[in-house]
Design a protein around this ligand. Structure first.
Ligand SMILES: [Zn+2]
Length: 349
């Protein structure tokens, strides 16, 4: 394909970390340039565990939006609640009635950044909540990794699917489940074998790289994310799934900004900052797979359809334009190293 530009319905980012305060001001502009809406993750330092906190967080995002320069006509943050062992079914109903909360996020206890309030025993403590989610058709978003030191880090997703998702699905056959940042062949096969009540987001990094990049010439903290990057066979399998046009796979960057001090550290935080070039990455992946005609389904339709949201009416144009990803981005006293820093991309928003 040699066209010089592509126009698609404006995409949604169905998995995004916007953080708070200066970091929010820093990163929000990158997302609104490329996306009409985003599912905003609730794992702040003080997790968003109820509707009131979600309303406050949404207001701070809308305030940050006012400071963005340029022609931003519209951006809608789609808020989520952080599920804990203490979340009640009433809180879920309140969330639904607020009209601003679109999903509930399940973090296994201690699995990733700010997950120390995560669920310890889903089946024992959260049955009423799960029942309510099924009734009101609100998706449960799952960080699908067991956090067990006896389980190899590369197997944590497939073990989680066997141990938690398969029994969960048996108990709640019509619960909407999104397996977030799908990273394995086993995960893809599980989604293929499921009904339309199961879907998955796929990040750019899990399709651009295999795990060798983490160790190429030394230890590279900016490629460390959770789930951790997998082997080449898994990467190829994910690309096939994402670019297939199958309704159950959609775009979620899991863009997770950390200041450089937290990444280049004795104990580096997990997360890649992919928002800066998110759409360019996905165009590259779809073009290389020879499936550019399925990009719009993956980026703009499948997610909205799964969430029962109207498809966006604006469009986004991406131009063929060689550009080098900056080595660092700076704002106030924060510095972020974006995903693929120093690499040359062929597409630009
Ligand atoms: Zn995430």
């Amino acid at each position: 394909m040699n066209t010089s530009y592509i126009t698609i319905v404006k995409p949604d980012d169905m998995h995004l970390h916007l953080r708070h305060y200066d970091m929010l001001d820093f990163v929000l502009g990158d997302t609104v340039k490329q996306f009409a809406r985003a599912i905003v993750m609730p794992n702040l330092n003080i997790p968003i565990i109820n509707t009131k906190l979600a309303i406050n967080y949404r207001n701070s995002i809308l305030n940050a939006l006012k400071n963005i320069k340029g022609d931003i006509k519209y951006f809608e943050p789609l808020m989520t609640l952080y599920l804990t062992d203490l979340t009640t079914a009433d809180e879920i109903l309140r969330a639904k009635e607020s009209g601003i909360i679109f999903a509930v996020k399940l973090y296994p206890h201690s699995a990733t950044t700010n997950s120390s309030s995560g669920v310890i025993d889903l089946f024992k403590n959260c049955s009423k909540v799960l029942e309510m989610l099924q009734v009101i058709k609100m998706p449960l978003l799952i960080h699908a990794e067991v956090f067990d030191h006896r389980v190899d880090i590369f197997d944590r997703e497939s073990v989680y699917i066997d141990k938690i998702i398969i029994p969960l699905r048996k108990k709640f056959p019509e619960l909407k489940i999104v397996i977030e940042h799908l990273s394995t062949k086993e995960g893809v096969d599980y989604v293929y074998s499921s009904s339309s009540f199961t879907a998955a987001t796929i990040t750019p990094q899990h399709m651009l790289y295999n795990r060798n990049i983490i160790f190429s010439g030394g230890l590279r903290p900016h490629y460390y994310c959770l789930p951790i990057l997998k082997s080449e066979a898994h990467r190829e399998y994910l690309v096939k799934a994402a670019t297939s046009g199958d309704k159950r796979f959609f775009l979620g960057t899991d863009s997770a900004p950390h200041d450089i001090k937290a990444k280049e550290n004795n104990c580096c935080c997990a997360g890649c900052y992919s928002s800066y070039n998110a759409i360019s990455f996905y165009v590259k992946i779809f073009e290389e797979a020879g499936c550019i005609s399925n990009l719009e389904k993956f980026a703009s339709f499948n997610g909205a359809d799964f969430y029962d949201l109207p498809r966006n009416s604006q469009t986004l144009t991406i131009y063929r334009n060689e550009n080098v990803v900056p080595s660092e981005l700076r704002f106030k006293d924060l510095t972020i190293v974006p995903l693929a820093s120093g690499e040359t991309l062929q597409w630009h928003v």
